[in-house]
Design a protein around this ligand. Structure first.
Ligand code: ZN
Length: 173
């Protein structure tokens, strides 16, 4: 089943609270619903524990909302978002191509952002499309939200199964 998912968000930075409380979970869920999304990936910088906490708290009260835990990792000279999917599958995509640096190897990557409103000026869409074809990467559009309001500014229509299949097909790092 295809879902509307924003796969790159920073709710911890958006709310300023490292702790996820039911009140904060409620704010996130309200925004997800307002945007007409099925869910988000929570991808704090170098901290995947926060995403797992958000998943636990949100799913306890809002079982219809999908939270994918993940993190944004520094793999100099690029930043890679890792999504922790069911069955211990990790889907990895290049965040904001061109920032901070250029891709030197697509090893272990399954996707690439072609749209990220925080970094529009860094992203050369023609180049991204060529990279996606060359390395068979899924094209993704994400908000990279650092405010609650920005969550869902971009999203993808994709199923969890599709993400898992792509990650399995192209190998696990
Ligand atoms: Zn980010």
């Amino acid at each position: 089943m295809k879902l509307k998912l924003d796969l790159h968000t920073h709710p911890f930075e958006a709310t300023g609270f490292r702790q996820i409380t039911p009140e904060i979970a409620g704010r996130l869920v309200a925004r997800i619903r307002e945007r007409g999304l099925d869910g988000i990936a929570v991808t704090e910088h170098a901290d995947k524990s926060y995403g797992f906490k958000v998943k636990e708290i949100v799913e306890a009260s809002y079982p219809d909302i999908v939270i994918i835990p993940g993190q944004e990792a520094n793999v100099w000279p690029v930043q890679v978002v890792e999504l922790n999917l069911p069955g211990d599958v990790t889907f990895k995509f290049l965040a904001h191509p061109g920032y901070p640096g250029e891709l030197t190897s697509a090893d272990g990557l399954h996707g690439i952002e072609i749209d990220n409103p925080l970094h529009s000026w860094h992203i050369n869409k023609e180049k991204v499309q060529a990279l996606a074809e060359k390395y068979n990467l899924m094209l993704l559009s994400n908000s990279d939200a650092h405010t609650v309001e920005d969550i869902g500014a971009r999203y993808n229509e994709v199923s969890i199964e599709e993400l898992c299949a792509r990650a399995r097909l192209q190998g696990q790092p």
